[in-house]
Write a protein that binds this ligand. Sequence first.
Ligand code: CP
Ligand code: NVA
Length: 300
Amino acid sequence: MTSYLSELDFEPARTLNILASARRLKAERGRDRNDLAGRSVALYFEKPSVRTRVSFTVGIQELGGRVVELSSATTKVGRGEDPEDFAAVLGRMVHLLVARVFSQEVLGTFARRAGVPVINALSDERHPCQALADAQTILERKGRIEGTVFAFVGEGNNVAASTGLLLAALGAEVRVASPVGFGLPKERLAEARGLAGSVTQLQDPKEAVDGADAVYTDTWISMGQEAESEERVRIFRDFKVSPELMAGAREDALVMHCLPAVRGQEIEAELMYADNSAIWDQAENRLHAQKALILDLMTG
Ligand code: CP
Ligand code: NVA
C-alpha cells in the first residue's frame, strides 16, 4: 500500500507524472469525474486549516468521492485511543486517509495500520502536498524547475523542508536563509545529499536571494509555537521578505508564500498582490496537485 508521507517518497519521474496530471486536471476544471465513485476519504485534522481542508474536500468531490471530516475535538485520539487503533478502524471504513498531525511518526503508524493509502496533510516535520502545489506553480510560471534558483527566507520549518527538498529532487538550487539555530534540521540536509539539485543552509537573506528565480517565505510562528511568538518576532525581524530584499533577486523573480501570511511580519503586504506574486496560484494549485496525487495513489 503506497502512502505519501514525505515529498521524497516518490522518485522524480513519478512526481513529474503527478505534476503533468495536475496540469491536465487544472485545464479540465469544471468537468466532474467519477474516478472515486463509491469510495470514501477521511480527512483528519489535529491542527486548524483553510486551504488544505477546502482543497481536499472540493478535490475529492470533483473526483466523485465522498468525504468524512474528523478532528481532535471529534475523535478520541487525544482522550486515550491509540493512533494505531484509530487507523485500523478507519482503514475498515474508508479508502484513503488524509491526516494533518503534529508528529510525523504518527503518520507512519497510520500508514502501517490503516491498510489504505495515507496522505500527509502537514506535520511538524513536513508539508509534501504544499510542496507539490509549489512545484506545479514554478513549472507554470517559469516553465522549468531544473536549474532554477529557489530562495526560502525564514525558519527551516516543515514548508521549507518539503518544498526545498522536492525542488532539489527535481534539480533546483535551493538556498534557505534562517537565523542561527532555526535552520533546516540536519536530518533534512542529510536527505538533500544525492538529490539532482542542491540545498544550502545560509544565515544571510540577501545572500540567499541573490539572483534567485523565486523567493519564498512562511510564518515565523508555526502552529504549535504560539507560546514563543514574542521571542520569534524578535529573532526573525531581519528575515522579512520586502521590496528591498526582492531587489537582490532576478527582476522577474516570483514571490511565494504557502499562506496563511502575517502581513508586515514575514512579508510586506504590497508584495502579495504584485504581478510577480505566485501566492494565489500556489493556493489554487493545492486543489489540482492533490487531485493528481489521489489519482496516482488510488487509480495509478
Ligand atoms: N498552506 C496551508 O496548508 O494552509 P492551511 O493551513 O490553511 O491548510
Ligand atoms: N509552517 C506553517 C505552515 C502552515 C501551512 C505551520 O506549520 O503552521
